[in-house]
Design a protein around this ligand. Structure first.
Ligand SMILES: Cc1cc2nc3c(=O)[nH]c(=O)nc-3n(C[C@H](O)[C@H](O)[C@H](O)COP(=O)(O)OP(=O)(O)OC[C@H]3O[C@@H](n4cnc5c(N)ncnc54)[C@H](O)[C@@H]3O)c2cc1C
Length: 477
């Protein structure tokens, strides 16, 4: 009944075409990029920030939990509704009223519903971009709420590092009537507490982001890419150090790829083009980028000369040069290639670089002892410590046993805690991680959890916003 009343009032607010009850919700709003579909009581797509504010108030009055949803490309189910009786999917697709560029400050004020690709297509003719780069096409609000990293984080930082201000609708209005502006979009500003930082990475749990002021970067005029075969895994970190010492901030990506991941990315291709058909145990993707034109600084030449030094000193055994697009294409095909072979359990980890290779080795040893049929097909953003610890359970091994996924997470998370890492690097926090959080994560201290819970309660005392829980209660059954 409450839902019927909500739907009637929401239709009057947003228009017939932009509100749906459970049975009429289009599948894409329920089906995430990975894992099974969710369920909801209602779906609504407000046309601007004022409608969004009214919709939040309406949802609160009817006791609905609001699940903000951008492009629905998140990987932890945080935008996928769960409860068929009380979840409202609030799609931000129509929050597009602001797109205001300041070329002198190199900032962009933009509504939360814009997609990354749309922003960068508009900025490219001006020689600017928002420097987050990934193989999905997220919304501004989704990127902020998961603090997205991506392949060029090493050079530019994550979304947090490239955000100068937000406009939010807090879950509980805290006595504030309209939207709350956090940060003035300035490069320097210490005039108030930087509360915008709390909303970045909060997985939509503190309120709805309706607008952001983003920091833009000059668009690189050239890039040079190589795929490297290190002498062995012991040479990987020395190669990283040599690259950073030699090229510094010109290094825009430094990715690691296990042989399994590489093979998945190259599936169906003529392998003779790549290391004469003998894939290394671990490969590296390096990219240099510069705003200077090639006539002033020849990156391809620079890369080749440096890599020849690495070959000469024995750190490197082979390199594929001048195949920039093909190299990135194979990198972006890995996830899809792995899923074609069986079930993938993906852990989004982050480690101090010095422990990066050690975690791989420990994980591999654990798999050999406990799950000999499984294969470790890890890859990731080695340059920023991000490791996609993907375990491939091949189709021919049959279905996973109940609890098998959790046993793996338990073992790997214990290793991560011991090595001072994180179990959520760049994909955010959501229900996909909740069970593992509750059961096995020892890396967070109780005081931090207690403060996080208190803050969440301040913004959202009734827990009517988002699916992430940050407090101690999230850790206990
Ligand atoms: C093929 C593929 C590759 C990917 N590669 C990477 C990668 O390299 N690096 C990386 O970091 N991520 C990656 N991702 C994950 C994903 O793209 C990012 O997490 C992305 O930022 C999510 O944005 P979205 O608009 O799709 O958000 P959604 O999935 O719609 O939502 C994500 C979270 O944000 C919340 N939210 C959405 N909009 C708002 C708003 N306006 N206000 C408040 N909360 C909001 C949701 O409730 C949810 O908690 C990848 C995903 C795919 C499918």
């Amino acid at each position: 009944m409450a839902v019927q009343e909500f739907l009637t009032q929401a239709r009057a607010l947003c228009g017939e075409a932009h509100v749906a009850g459970a049975a009429e919700i289009e599948p894409r709003y329920l089906q995430p990029a990975r894992y099974g579909a969710g369920q909801a009581a209602a779906w609504a797509r407000p046309g601007d920030a004022a409608q969004a504010a009214a919709l939040l108030a309406l949802a609160r009055r009817h006791g609905l939990r609001v699940v903000p949803q951008g492009a629905h490309t998140g990987l932890v189910r945080a935008a996928t509704p769960q409860d068929a009786r009380r979840d409202l999917v609030l799609s931000t697709e129509r929050l597009r009223e602001v797109f205001e560029l300041d070329e002198l400050d190199r900032t962009l004020r933009v509504s939360a519903g814009w997609r990354l690709s749309e922003i960068n297509e508009r900025l490219a003719p001006l020689g600017l971009w928002f420097p987050i780069d990934l193989s999905a096409d997220p919304s501004v609000g989704g990127m902020l709420s998961h603090n997205t990293g991506g392949t060029r984080m090493l050079r530019y930082g994550d979304v947090r590092a490239n955000t100068l201000g937000l406009v939010v609708l807090p879950a509980e209005t805290l006595g504030h009537d309209g939207p709350l502006r956090l940060g003035q979009g300035l490069q320097k500003d210490n005039s108030a507490l930087a509360l915008q930082q709390l909303f970045i990475g909060a997985s939509g749990s503190l309120g709805l982001i309706v607008e952001a002021t983003l920091k833009l970067s000059p668009l690189p005029r050239q890039r040079a890419v190589a795929l490297l075969a290190p002498r062995d895994t012991a040479a990987v970190l020395p190669l990283y150090q040599a690259a950073m010492a030699r090229w510094g901030s010109l290094v825009s990506a430094f990715e690691g790829l296990s042989r399994e991941a590489l093979a998945a990315g190259l599936h169906g291709q003529d392998l003779s083009r790549w290391f004469r058909g003998r894939l290394p145990e671990y490969a590296l993707l390096i990219e240099l980028g510069s705003e200077l034109p090639r006539q002033q600084l020849d990156l391809a030449q620079l890369l080749q000369v440096g890599l020849e030094e690495d070959l000469a000193c024995g750190l490197l055994s082979d390199a594929v040069l001048e195949a920039d697009e093909a190299v990135w294409a194979l990198r972006h095909r890995i996830s899809e290639g792995l899923r074609a072979q069986g079930t993938v359990i993906g852990l989004d980890l982050s480690l101090p670089r010095r422990h990066f290779m050690a975690l791989r080795e420990r994980g591999r040893a654990w798999l050999a002892a406990h799950w000999p049929q499984a294969r470790l097909a890890d890859f990731g953003h080695l340059g920023d410590g991000g490791l996609h610890f993907n375990v491939l359970w091949p189709r021919e091994a049959g279905p996973l046993a109940p609890g098998q996924d959790l046993a793996l997470r338990q073992a790997v998370y214990a290793m991560v805690a011991e090595l001072g890492g994180s179990i959520s690097a760049e994909h955010g926090v959501g229900p996909q991680l909740a069970q593992a959080y509750r059961a096995h994560w020892q890396g967070l201290n109780p005081a931090l959890l207690a403060w996080s819970g208190r803050l969440q309660s301040l913004f959202d005392p009734e827990r009517q916003m988002g699916l992430a829980e940050w407090g101690l209660e999230a850790m206990t059954d």
